[in-house]
Design a protein around this ligand. Sequence first.
Ligand code: SF4
Ligand code: SF4
Ligand code: SF4
Length: 435
Amino acid sequence: MGHAAGKDLYRRLGEKVDGLSCRAPWNETLREILKGLYSEEEADLLVRMPAGASTIGRLVEAAGLPDARLRTLLEGMAAKGLVVDLCLDGESYFMPAPMVIGFFEFTMMRSGVADVKRLSRLFHDYIEEGGGFYQANFGAGEKVSVMRALPHEEAFRPEVGMEVLDYEKASAIVSAADKAAMGACACRHKARHLGLKPCSVPPGVCTSFGYAADFLIRRGLAREASKREVRDALARSRDLGLVLNADNVRRNVTFICHCCKCCCMALRGIAKHGYPNAVMSSSFICEVAEDRCSGCGACVSACPISAMSLAPRPAVEREALVAEVDQTTCLGCGVCVMKCRDCAASLARRGKRVIHPETTFRKIILGCLERGTLQNQLFAEPGNIGQDFMRAAVGAFLGLSPVKRALMSDALRSVFLKAVEAGARLKGQGWATEL
Ligand code: SF4
Ligand code: SF4
Ligand code: SF4
């Protein structure tokens, strides 16, 4: 294999990464991040890899490398979290890791990363300081985020008898998991290396489940955890007033994050940078019973995204102030409800249904459709002339706003997703639709 270094290998790697499920627009900071993480040989391999999951046999063809060399490279990249591997029914599949959730988190979850301070600064600058990251992923009103808020179960008052589905309960997600892992929180680890005010949350709280936990444990990025440890961590997060942000799927939830407003880049994406869809809301919203509200402001201090405020009462009968919820940004996380001693704040079902993707496959398809990268998943073979043509043609078609809007609409979304799933099954990748 001849390296494509002469044609600016890292620029091509940047294009590849930008075309995955999370957009990563090019700039010189991204170049520095990529150069800090991927050797030239690794960068060259990643550029040649299909966007989706591939067997070793498929990768030998795509990369033009001897089997043994390819395996060595992939093992090294998986240990660094630059590729993700899954072991299903005795077969291994490798896929390029996007930036988020992907090589940003995995790098910051690893121990012994050379130059970690510099990488922390680069990631911070890239994501938060004008690199266009939030804009590229959420700037056009994209709704499908990788994370959704998970309401604290303790925020539901038993006397109300609210129906809460299993995928909306952390306790049910933990009970259903066949494996759990806990590891370093990437955002807090990064913040610590930036020398920011230390966060009071313990660092090892990132919780993952199922095949994601299996990947993280095998690759030394997290440790296996008992369900009891995970439940204890959830209870502590409730007491600390953290937001639980879960994998934005209804089946096979692969993680629950325990997020604070000071470090979490998703919550900062909402509160500091103004992108409310950086986390998809739960199916609930906070409501305030004005007649009970004392205007104490505890909910305002507790809300991590400033969706609560105090407003003057129209007619001052008792207290002068009453809590008000910003309905456009409230995540329905329940953190404020647990701080309200007067039982004035509560969680209610939203009037408009929130549709969380059923599976990871559907989350990726819908997220990529919204972000203009679906063609890379559908025609995933780089360097194949037929697929290159289809990628360009279908990409142009799917990029048309009316087409995108129609496919995301309630009327067509389900039909569209079923058609893509049928296509995956025809290609022998039916297993992926079940993830
Ligand atoms: S999303 Fe939350 S828990 Fe996850 S890495 Fe970031 S701060 Fe940590
Ligand atoms: S915590 Fe409760 S009582 Fe206090 S301002 Fe908020 S809603 Fe009102
Ligand atoms: S208002 Fe309450 S439920 Fe809504 S985001 Fe803030 S803390 Fe969460």
